[in-house]
Design a protein around this ligand. Structure first.
Ligand code: SAM
Length: 205
C-alpha cells in the first residue's frame, strides 16, 4: 500500500516539476497546479499529529494533495471527501487514486464548491465532523468557503489554505482572507512560509 502511494506521488511530482519549470508547455486546463512536495509532507505530518480521521478538501485537481493526505489518514482508517468541478481532472484523479490503491477511502464530489459545501453543511451529521480541511480551489470565494466550512470542523480541527504567498497575483486577496481570520474570535491562525505559503487555522471555540 505505502509503496503504491509513494510511487504515485513520485510520478506526479515529476509531472508537477516539469509543469512548474515551464520546460514543457502544458495547456492551462490540463495543469495540475499542485501543492509543493514540502507542503505535502507538512500536511501529512499535521494529519498524523492530530490523528485525523475525517478530511474535507476543496480543489482535488488530479489528486496529488489528496494522496499526500491519504498517506496519513489511511493509517487511522479515515476517509476523505474532495470537491472538484472539472470532469477531466476528476477522471485523472480517479486514475491516480487507483494507482495509489487508496480509492476506497476517497469520495470525489463533482461540482461547484460553494454549491457542494452548502449541501454538505445542511446535513446534521457533518456538524463538527471534519478534523482536517484543505482549501485549494479558486481564491475569489475563499472567505465564503471558510464560513461554510467552519461549522463542519470539530473543536481543535485544522484548516489549511494554500497559496497565501504565491503566486503573487493572489497576494491581495489572500491578505484580506488572513486579516478576516485574525478578526475571528473562534479561531487562531498563522501563515507558514512553506511551499506557496500555507495558512494554518485552528478552531478554538
Ligand atoms: C490549485 S488546483 C488544486 C490542486 C490540488 N489541491 C493539489 O495540490 O494537487 C485547484 C483546483 O480547484 C478546482 N476548482 C477551481 N474552482 C472551483 C470551484 N469553484 N468549484 C470546484 N472546483 C474548483 C480547479 O478545477 C482545480 O483543479
Amino acid at each position: 500500500m505505502n509503496d503504491s502511494i509513494s510511487r504515485t506521488l513520485e510520478e506526479l511530482e515529476k509531472c508537477s516539476i516539469l509543469e512548474k519549470s515551464r520546460s514543457i508547455d502544458v495547456p492551462q486546463k490540463e495543469r495540475m497546479l499542485a501543492i509543493t512536495k514540502e507542503t505535502g509532507e507538512l500536511l501529512s505530518m499535521i494529519l498524523r499529529l492530530k490523528n485525523a480521521k475525517n478530511m474535507l478538501e476543496i480543489g482535488t485537481s488530479v489528486g496529488y494533495s489528496t494522496i499526500w493526505c491519504a498517506k496519513a489518514i489511511i493509517k487511522k482508517s479515515g476517509k476523505i471527501i474532495t470537491i472538484e468541478q472539472d470532469p477531466e481532472k476528476i477522471r485523472r484523479a480517479n486514475e491516480n487514486f487507483q494507482k495509489a490503491k487508496i480509492e476506497d477511502i476517497i469520495t470525489i464530489k463533482e461540482g461547484i464548491a460553494i454549491k457542494i459545501l452548502k449541501e454538505l453543511r445542511i446535513q446534521e451529521k457533518n456538524k463538527g465532523f471534519f478534523d482536517f480541511v484543505l482549501i485549494d480551489a479558486d481564491k475569489e470565494n475563499i472567505i465564503e468557503y471558510f464560513d461554510l466550512i467552519l461549522p463542519m470542523v470539530s473543536l481543535g480541527g485544522i484548516i489549511v489554505t494554500d497559496n497565501m504567498l504565491y503566486p503573487e497575483k493572489y497576494r491581495q486577496n489572500m491578505k484580506k482572507f488572513s486579516d478576516y481570520l485574525k478578526s475571528k474570535p473562534d479561531v487562531i491562525t498563522t501563515t507558514l512560509p512553506i511551499g506557496n505559503g500555507e495558512e494554518m487555522t485552528i478552531k478554538i471555540k
